[in-house]
Write a protein that binds this ligand. Structure first.
Ligand code: SAH
Length: 396
């Protein structure tokens, strides 16, 4: 008999609506030969079959749901079908025409909870975030290798969320060759070196691809402050679009070294940019005191809110950094501001920016609302997958 997870009364609605998570608080009882990482049938309290997923009792997310079709088994063919669906959806986006780096599999959004696969040219980078995926990892690697013939598949499962699943970090070559330390990609005609072994996330912030292009459209002739620059991707786009000068700010010396290389690779030297290693909150305050001003400020901070309990503190952080940025913008200039905290809704983010504008005494107009690139789709039944939001604002 398959192990069965009976929900508590009143907890079946999200499952019926295809939300892919069952929280531990929804558990009525477990029956059968239950194994963490293994497949479990999910039933309502009175025994109606609802879905099938994989289980992990160590996690607050007790089960991640894979199918709502009673006839669909979780076997190798299942993973092959789901991977194929994700790959076909990416092919339909014709991303290859604009970029050699993009997300092939976006976890829950692609019906593959816990699995991320990014393509960087001839190499794939895989992240396995859950015990359930861990169990199928070898199969997934083999299917990807057979289907896509990459030069190599590298695993970057060095993320903290794995601890919640009882998993240690995992990294290394899983197929073929190791990726070179400076893998060259092309994004909208710009060249970037990506270090998929040591860089942040899987090496590059692919979710910002379209937003970099949108932002650049406003930056001809501008003096730009690029705060939280990482390896200077927004800076390259800005200068290529005719910006006069860009100042990058980041706490990571490695990221800024990467920015130097990327800016040079695209034909720009230190006459067009400056890098400041430091905490953006402090650097922006100092710039205000020094009377330094810009035509545009880009803010792309890391995730501030990891849990509902951190939301008030995160909101204060977003408000403060936006306030500091607003102080530096010349009248008629631009604020290009992002939040990648899924817990901060677009509506809340707009309110936070408004609060900062009030405090700064600036009148602000929204010109564009931005989201994540389409290779990071938002699944309607999983609102958590909508995490990146941005505003392009004119500041008076
Ligand atoms: N805009 C970038 C991605 C930014 S990711 C791109 O398009 O590629 C966020 C960056 O903020 C990381 O590089 C991280 O090193 C940096 N960071 C984190 N905390 C910071 C702080 N307090 N001050 C400045 N940079 C910070």
């Amino acid at each position: 008999m398959e192990p069965r997870l009976y929900l508590k009364p009143g907890h079946d609605r999200p499952v019926r609506r295809h939300h892919p998570w069952v929280f531990s608080g929804a558990l009525g009882r477990l029956e059968g030969p239950v194994a963490d990482g293994g497949v479990v049938e999910v039933l309502s309290f009175d025994g109606e079959w609802l879905a099938r997923g994989y289980l992990n009792r160590r996690s607050q997310i007790l089960a991640r749901l894979l199918t709502w079709d009673p006839g669909e088994a979780i076997d190798e063919a299942f993973w092959e079908r789901r991977l194929e669906r994700a790959l076909q959806a990416r092919a339909a986006l014709r991303l290859e025409e604009m970029t050699s780096a993009y997300r092939l599999v976006f976890a829950e959004s692609d019906g593959l909870p816990g699995l991320i696969v990014d393509r960087y040219g001839d190499f794939l980078v895989l992240q396995s975030l859950t015990l359930g995926v861990e169990r199928w990892k070898e199969v997934i690697v083999r299917l990807l290798a057979e289907r896509l013939h990459p030069r190599g598949i590298y695993e970057r499962s060095d993320v903290e969320v794995r601890a919640k699943e009882g998993l240690a970090p995992a990294e290394g070559v899983r197929f073929g060759e190791p990726p070179p330390p400076r893998l060259l990609i092309t994004e909208h005609g710009h060249r970037f070196y990506v270090d998929v072994i040591r860089g942040q996330k899987t090496g590059f912030y692919l979710d910002q691809r379209e937003n970099r292009r949108r932002a650049a459209a406003y930056l001809a002739g501008a003096e730009v402050l690029n705060a939280f620059s990482y390896t200077g991707a927004f800076a390259v786009y800005a200068l290529k679009a005719g910006a006069r000068f860009v100042v990058n700010v980041d706490t990571s010396a490695e990221a800024l070294q990467g920015a130097v290389e990327n800016l040079r690779r695209n034909g720009f030297d230190e006459r067009r940019f400056e890098n400041i290693e430091g905490d953006a909150f402090q650097v922006l305050r100092r710039m205000r005191a020094e009377g330094r001003r810009f035509d545009a400020v880009i803010l792309d901070p890391p995730k501030f809110a990891y849990a509902q309990a951190h939301l008030p503190r995160a909101a204060r952080g977003y408000k403060d950094i936006n306030l500091q940025a607003l102080h530096l913008i010349r009248p008629g200039g631009l604020l290009i501001t992002f939040s990648c905290s899924g817990l901060v809704s677009p509506d809340l983010f707009q309110k936070i920016v408004f609060a900062a504008a009030e405090d700064a005494g600036r009148d602000v107009q929204i010109l564009e609302r931005l989201s994540q690139a389409p290779d990071h789709p938002v699944r309607l039944s999983f609102p958590e997958s909508e995490y990146l939001k941005g505003l392009i604002c004119r500041v008076w």
